[in-house]
Design a protein around this ligand. Structure first.
Ligand code: HEM
Length: 127
């Protein structure tokens, strides 16, 4: 059984610091990328049924706006996880220990820029 005071602590997500958000986002993006890997293999496996089935599958998926938006979210997850992962490796090596919050915000900003720059490419053709 959890104490009421402990449960109340978990509800204060608005008060999470940069480090907690970085930890949560790194986990979420890491597992999202892993989940995607299985979906990716499932879609690629349609090529075993012949070039026409594969081309139609890819064409059908890419014509859907929701798939394009999910791809954009995948890009965001990949870019954030990579940049934040490299940031974590540097922190583990003792580099940038005093500016961890700043480097997390830079990771977020770079992810945002990559997503914004990619919107025309990803959404183009379905709207
Ligand atoms: C440049 C590429 C990448 C870098 C630099 C990177 C870096 C890292 C680091 C440093 C951690 C450990 C974080 C910690 O200390 O807890 C980690 C965790 C993880 N990464 Fe990556 N990663 C990369 C790509 C990927 C890819 C492509 C996937 C999936 C296909 C992935 C899936 C995961 C998962 C599932 C975890 C464990 C998350 C957890 O703590 O539960 N990573 N990554």
């Amino acid at each position: 059984m959890y104490e009421q005071s402990q449960l109340r602590q978990y509800r204060k997500w608005r008060q999470f610091d940069a480090g907690t958000w970085a930890w949560i986002l790194h986990k979420v993006t890491g597992w999202a990328l892993t989940f995607y890997l299985f979906m990716h293999m499932t879609v690629l496996s349609t090529s075993l049924l012949g070039p026409t089935v594969y081309t139609n599958t890819i064409g059908g998926l890419e014509s859907l706006l929701v798939v394009r938006v999910l791809e954009l979210m995948l890009l965001a997850a990949g870019v954030f996880h990579s940049i934040n992962g490299l940031r974590l490796v540097l922190v583990d090596l003792g580099i940038g220990l005093k500016s961890q919050a700043l480097s997390f915000y830079v990771s977020l900003a770079l992810t945002g820029l990559a997503v914004l720059a990619s919107i025309p490419r990803f959404i183009g053709g379905v709207l």
